[in-house]
Write a protein that binds this ligand. Structure first.
Ligand SMILES: [Zn+2]
Length: 103
């Protein structure tokens, strides 16, 4: 497994961690006293909560991928045990199945 790929995954992990912190910070910010504003803010919160969950899920996947890079199982299809093609991993760094098994 190339070091480039590991660095790429780590960069992505960093980016996602920062995004997660930023979203969490936004969610904690004080709400307006104005009722109409509060409604808008609550809607924003729902969007933010969705983003926060997505980001958290992506972080779990990237941590898993990094563990696999370390133990050498990254890029191996979990269904058939074949190597996942490099082009597929480039497009989907968290892919755990080859293109045939994913279909
Ligand atoms: Zn497969």
């Amino acid at each position: 497994m190339s070091e480039d790929l590991k660095q790429q995954l780590q960069a992505l992990e960093d980016e996602l961690s920062h995004r997660f912190e930023r979203i969490s910070g936004d969610l904690k910010s004080d709400h307006s006293a104005d009722f109409a504003e509060q409604v808008t803010e609550r809607e924003n919160d729902e969007v933010l909560l969705g983003l926060q969950q997505e980001t958290a899920a992506a972080l779990v996947q990237i941590k898993q991928a990094l563990r696999q890079v370390d133990d050498g199982s990254y890029g191996i299809c979990e269904s058939c045990g074949e190597e996942i093609r490099a082009e597929r991993l480039k497009a989907m760094p968290f892919a755990t199945r080859c293109i045939h098994c994913a279909e």
